[in-house]
Design a protein around this ligand. Structure first.
Ligand code: ADP
Length: 497
């Protein structure tokens, strides 16, 4: 608050008390000196500012009490001559004070009612705390600037109107431009023209909504090369919660993007190769499987002239078994490429899951017998639902095959039950079990929890099973303990999603 002490630029004695009252709000000091510069008035604020009571200064020569006033003599003289003089703001050492005080003062002529000079009135403002706060702020700003310049990322800051007013040294080194060139919207000149519009749209949309944003664009480097930048902007607020603009940080992601591109291509190439290779492998395998089946049939009929040979029959059975295993593996690989290209579709028809599970169990009986696994099945008479028959059969066969692969010589228990709107299949084995830490991972592609040297496999069966079940809107879970067997639980909504 500026206090105007008198219209005529002078103060008369009767106004002193009034002026003191006015200044109290500001906490400003008020002092009156006579023509010899001896104190004739000393208000409470002056006691606080100087630590000296009125009784210690009244009547004393100002320069005796405060030697630093020596160099204010000229200003005091001018005020005595009728001029209002502003003293410069500077630190003054006050005796007995631990720290200097930063004071700002003004000297006003002090006259009697007739206008004769009776002294000088000094108004003193103590700016020590304000100066300190300014210094601290300056220090904070310097520290921020140092940190920002040393940061390995490109930093920028904008104001509430969207214009950028700060770029750190890392940014300026990157673009090879000056702060003046980048200032405001100058920085946008470095954006690749193909990315410009998208970039501006993202920036201003987020800006207007005061939202955090992330955008990728190409920015011209000092050598003329365009580099991919990931820019993340966050709104900033003043201590009183008013919006103060944005602060953003950018990193050069060119190398990452290139590697991502190469990786994507490598994955595409791998999937293409898998698809071609598995198609090529499946054709001769199908033929081989048909041949083995007809050989088995022929052996079963004991062709004339040939003696019955258990050994030949056993060999044919082993060959068929191995061919079936090969077919399953090739099918798994084919499914990988189908799933990768989103070509796995489910075609639901209505059927009885209990019956299907019985069928799979009887089809796999020879393998179960060979592994020494007795299978028990507890199934509802009928569990009718609408699912893709071949795909569900694949899931059931996969779980049973895993049960005997990871638990040979132990019983396998299966059940089909119905929960609300859901059919539930459980396959329980008493095999090696799965550690808790691995139980989520094994449903991912190529993930295995056993060494290849002990158990063959691609680590694809459970992933495919999960994808199939998910395509029906269902779920697959495992409940297991290492060394104590596993139970896989499949839930399928009665009507496929
Ligand atoms: P694969 O059997 O070809 O490795 P899966 O996707 O069918 O692939 O299984 C993934 C992993 O889950 C297996 O490698 C194994 O570590 C674990 N696993 C699956 N089924 C069982 C089970 N019944 N008992 C113990 N571990 C199992």
């Amino acid at each position: 608050m500026k206090t105007k002490l008198s219209g005529g630029g002078r103060i008369v004695p009767s106004m002193l008390g009034f002026a003191d009252n006015l200044l109290r709000g500001e906490g400003a000091g008020l002092v009156a000196l006579d023509v010899d510069f001896r104190f004739t008035f000393w208000n409470a604020a002056m006691e606080r500012i100087t630590g000296l009571g009125a009784d210690e200064v009244m009547g004393r020569f100002a320069i005796d009490a405060f030697p630093f006033l020596g160099d204010q003599r000229e200003s005091l003289g001018r005020a005595l001559a009728g001029e209002t003089v502003a003293a410069e703001r500077r630190p003054f050492a006050i005796a007995g004070r631990a720290r200097e005080r930063v004071l700002e003062g003004s000297f006003t002529p002090f006259t009697n009612e007739q206008g004769d000079a009776v002294g000088v009135v000094c108004r003193i403002r103590d700016l020590t705390e304000q100066k300190l706060a300014e210094e601290q702020l300056g220090e904070t700003e310097r520290r921020f600037q140092n940190m920002a310049d040393a940061a390995p990322v490109l930093l920028w800051m904008s104001e509430p109107d969207g214009l950028c007013t700060f770029f750190n040294q890392t940014w300026l080194d990157f673009t090879g431009r000056t702060m003046e060139e980048e200032w405001g919207v100058g920085w946008a000149a470095g954006i690749h023209f193909e990315d410009f519009q998208k970039c501006m749209d993202t920036y201003f949309t987020a800006f207007n909504a005061r939202r955090v944003f992330e955008m990728e664009y190409r920015l011209r480097r000092h050598d003329g090369d365009y580099r991919w930048i990931l820019d993340r902007g966050t709104p900033r607020y003043s201590p009183d919660r008013t919006f103060a603009g944005y602060i953003g940080s950018c990193v050069d992601i060119t190398d990452r993007k290139r590697m991502e591109g190469e990786l994507r291509k490598a994955v595409r190439d791998r999937d293409d190769f898998l698809s071609i290779a598995s198609h090529e492998l499946r054709t001769p395998l199908t033929t081989l499987s048909l041949e083995i089946q007809s050989l088995k049939r022929a052996l079963g009929k004991h062709p004339k002239g040939l003696p019955k040979s258990d050994r030949l029959e056993r060999s044919a059975a082993v060959a068929e078994n191995q061919i079936n295993r090969l077919i399953t593996l090739v099918e798994e690989l084919l499914d990988v490429s189908r799933l990768a290209s989103g070509r796995l579709r489910v075609e639901p028809t209505e059927f009885d899951l209990s019956e299907l599970v019985r069928e799979v169990a009887s089809r796999l009986k020879p393998s179960l017998d060979a592994a020494g696994c007795a299978l028990s099945l507890e199934a509802r008479a009928r569990t009718i639902g609408s699912w893709d028959r071949l795909r569900v059969e694949q899931v059931v066969a996969n779980l049973v095959s895993n049960a005997l692969k990871y638990g040979p010589g132990n019983p396998v228990e299966m059940s089909v039950t119905q929960e609300t709107e859901c059919a539930c299949l459980r396959v329980r084995d008493h095999g090696i079990g799965i550690a808790h830490a691995d139980q989520r991972r094994i449903f991912q592609r190529f993930e295995r929890a056993v060494p290849l040297s002990h158990y063959s496999g691609f680590g694809l069966g459970l992933w495919i099973a999960r994808e199939i079940v998910a395509a029906h809107g269902g779920s697959i879970d495992v409940d297991s303990e290492l060394g104590r067997g596993s139970t896989f639980i499949v839930r399928l909504p009665l009507r496929a999603a």
